[in-house]
Design a protein around this ligand. Structure first.
Ligand code: G4P
Length: 537
């Protein structure tokens, strides 16, 4: 009775829809070293989630040698604590999803991007758009994820801001709209003019405190000279130019992923970060509808739905325990309530679902659409699994990209065949790498983004499953998912290229191209076959 009354009261105190509308779940992405960790830390400082700078450990795995395994394991441990960070700010519930810094784990980042409603990209002002940024943006574009850009390290000598904007547009394939503008850079960096709020923010290098901010509606006011001296003339000219060149900021275009608002600042000096955050909570989308194979699911639907986008294993190597990260797509999730695991068609309830607030993991009674929760697991979940209150649904969109490196995996200990099979199966389910089965030989091929993943697999097979593997070299250029509306041509292709065909984990046909030349030949010879470098098309 007491419980019922409490529940009833709770429901009314905080309207369900309002709870969802105040959520902002996003990822910060960048090329390594652009300042993602530093920016994350400063955002957490504003949210009161941490109190001193330096509290967030970088989850970068800097060393890649096998001998650094313990170090990697330690760092993997750290990254669990920081992979989801929640805090309250101005009556919004902010959740930041961290992504691995090391590019060998790029696939993990791609999957994390399926669980966010928007993204902040950090760009180094001196380096501009770098390889990893380009690749990550490709995923954002595929999913039409709204993007904001923070141009960092303005305290260092950087590039001309107009050049940077041009480069962002050209390289990232998205329109840009500056919402703040730097006043010089490097040693002469004086601050930024916040176009969005019409304020002048003066820069004082300091890692802990917030900069001085002055309301400045009209930059033609001669008072501007008193603050920034002769830079005032240039600032006025540049702001005029921005007015002339760029359309006024249109939130709908940002939400439609056509325009990325751009901010300038210095994360290390905590400069320009509050402006970014304040604008972010105003314009960034609340939880968005999610597409399942069956239908579009609105976050405000009452029935709970969600999907697993990340599995963090090895929490305790002796028990092979994992945490499955669930993005809640709709409704309310409750502790001790039965939910349906669609792939296994099994009812499951969870006694200790965790939320990640202020870097702490804590057991929660309930969670709402937009939230990320962690479910302790001992092998029931795979990446992409759907959980619902009962409805048969399959959430779409956990893309796999063509790996960059391929090796045959073989059993090095015939007594442990079963263990190896189980280990490979579970590690692939976790999304550590991709498995392809070669059609001609039936041999197993593991595809990765980088060498480090092979080391991870070998190490974990041995330590968690007691299995030993051996790698055989395989020189491939790309794995392409193939499809065609022309069945005859597809049949001809399959019989002609049989030696280069494999099946992915879902049994789909994949063409293993040995070189760019052979891929092009295949594309020329079979015009009605589409070759995709990603599994989602
Ligand atoms: P990442 O997560 O994107 O890989 O980058 P991270 O934040 O770790 O930053 C990379 C380096 O850039 C760090 O220096 C960091 O201090 C520095 N940095 C970040 N923001 C700014 C900025 O606004 N201005 C300047 N000048 N530097 C910035 P490091 O020497 O690699 O590491 P650390 O020893 O300082 O931790």
């Amino acid at each position: 009775m007491y419980l019922c009354a409490r529940k009833f009261l709770k429901l009314h105190i905080m309207d369900f829809k309002q709870e969802i509308a105040r959520r902002r779940t996003f990822a910060i992405i960048s090329h390594p070293d652009a300042g993602k960790t530093t920016l994350t830390e400063k955002l957490l400082l504003f949210g009161g989630a941490i109190h001193v700078a330096g509290a967030v450990k970088s989850n970068k795995i800097k060393k890649t040698a096998v001998s650094d395994w313990m170090e990697i394991e330690k760092q993997r441990g750290i990254s669990v604590a920081t992979s989801v960070m929640g805090f309250d700010y101005n009556n919004h519930k902010i959740t930041i999803l961290d992504t691995p810094g090391h590019q060998d784990f790029a696939e993990d980042t791609f999957r994390t991007l399926t669980a966010v409603d928007s993204v902040i990209i950090v760009v180094d002002a001196a380096k501009g758009v770098e390889a990893q940024t380009r690749k990550l943006m490709q995923v954002c574009r595929m999913r039409r994820t709204p993007v904001m850009i923070f141009i960092n390290k303005m305290d260092r000598e950087g590039r001309d801001p107009f050049d940077l904007l041009d480069e962002l547009e050209a390289e990232l394939g998205i329109g840009v709209r500056p919402l703040s503008w730097p006043i010089n850079h490097g040693k002469r960096f004086k601050g930024v003019y916040n176009i969005y709020e019409k304020r002048l923010n003066l820069f004082t290098p300091n890692k802990q405190t917030v900069s001085e901010s002055i309301a400045f509606n009209n930059v033609n006011d001669p008072d501007l000279e008193n603050f920034i001296g002769e830079d005032a003339i240039r600032l006025r000219l540049e702001l005029d130019l921005i007015q002339g060149v760029y359309d006024p900021f249109d939130r709908q275009k940002y939400l439609a992923a056509e325009i990325a608002p751009v901010f300038f600042g210095s994360a290390l000096n905590n400069f320009g970060v509050r402006e970014l955050l304040d604008c972010f909570i105003h314009i960034a989308p609340p939880p968005l509808p999610a597409q399942a194979d069956e239908r579009l699911i609105d976050p405000t639907e009452e029935a709970f739905t969600g999907f697993i986008f990340k599995i963090h294993a090895n929490m305790d190597p002796n028990h092979r325990s994992c945490i499955a990260f669930v993005k809640i797509c709709s409704g309310r999730f409750e502790r001790h309530v039965n939910y349906r695991h669609i792939r296994l068609n099994k009812q499951m309830k969870f006694s200790s679902p965790t939320a990640f607030m202020a870097q702490r993991k804590e057991t929660v009674e309930e969670a709402f659409a937009g939230d990320i929760i962690g479910l302790p697991d001992t092998g029931n979940f795979r990446i992409g699994d759907t959980l619902t209150a009962g409805e048969e649904l399959h959430f779409k969109g956990l893309p796999s990209f063509s790996p960059e490196m391929f090796k045959y995996i073989e059993n090095a200990d015939p007594m442990k065949t079963k263990q190896l099979q189980k280990g490979i199966d579970q590690l692939m389910g976790e999304g550590v790498a991709q498995l392809f089965i070669h059609q001609n030989s039936g041999r197993k091929i593991i595809g990765t983004v980088g060498q480090l993943q092979f080391e991870v697999i070998e190490y974990r097979l041995l330590h968690e499953y007691g299995a030993q593997c051996r790698w055989q070299p395989l020189s491939l250029y790309k794995a392409c998912w193939i499809e065609s509306d022309d069945n005859d041509e597809l049949t001809r292709f399959i019989s002609r290229k049989h030696a280069s065909l494999a099946k992915d984990k879902n049994g789909r046909d994949v063409f293993l191209a040995e070189s760019p030349y052979l891929l092009q030949m295949a594309q020329n010879d079979f015009k009605h076959i589409r070759f995709h470098f990603a599994s989602e098309f």
